[in-house]
Ligand binder design. Structure first.
Ligand code: ZN
Length: 206
């Protein structure tokens, strides 16, 4: 999601045109109504998802929708109003992978400031054996940790989530990772090599 995609043309309150300006008492540009007092505030959005583990493998979904159609992701999506991150992660896993899972420990909480997203990812295990492509997926499949299709990853954040998970598995650690993904501002935003994980804090869980 690019920030300029969220351009707003008409006021929700009165229907007049909107413009970008710094409202009185504020310190940054907002979409504001040219006629009434309405200001359209935009804030980061939370994406909730699961690393679903089973017998040393993880469940991935091949996306049926843009962006990144045909590429692989963990089940994850935007939180809905009224949901906790856990509930959102469960719902997305059911919607995208038709998988009923049990949430385990938190795995990663990663900020992606340049696209205004926060990823909240949990470890999860299968509560029943079935999985399959939901409407937003073409295919679902368990991959061994040495079989991850790194060249066909949907988004850089997914590669970071999986790398951290594999690192923990190799070290036999259960940790929650906090950090900020920074894009270097050059090249493609889909190129994982353009990203670094900053302020990374790996907290061991009991
Ligand atoms: Zn208005």
């Amino acid at each position: 999601m690019d920030r300029d995609e969220s351009a707003m043309k008409f006021c929700f309150e009165c229907g007049a045109g909107m413009e970008q300006r710094v409202p009185v008492g504020d310190d940054r540009e907002r979409w504001a109504c040219t006629k009434c007092e309405y200001i359209h505030y935009e804030n980061p959005r939370t994406v909730a998802g699961c690393v679903v583990e089973d017998a040393g493998k993880v469940l991935l979904c091949r996306r049926a929708i843009e962006p990144a159609r045909g590429l692989w992701t963990i089940p994850a999506g935007f939180l809905e109003l009224g949901e906790s991150t856990r509930e959102g992660a469960l719902r997305e896993t059911l919607e995208e992978a038709e998988a009923e899972v049990s949430i385990g420990s938190p795995h990663a909480y990663l900020d992606i400031p340049h696209i205004g997203q926060v990823y909240a990812v949990f470890r999860a295990s299968m509560a029943s054996p079935h999985h399959g492509p939901g409407v937003e997926s073409l295919e679902t499949k368990f991959f061994g940790l040495d079989e991850i299709p790194w060249e066909e990853m949907s988004f850089p954040v997914i590669a970071f989530v999986l790398r951290l998970y594999i690192e923990d598995c190799e070290k036999n650690l259960n940790r929650v990772h906090l950090g900020t993904l920074r894009w270097d501002g050059e090249g493609s935003r889909y190129d994982v090599k353009r990203y670094s994980l900053n302020q990374h804090l790996a907290v061991p869980l009991a």
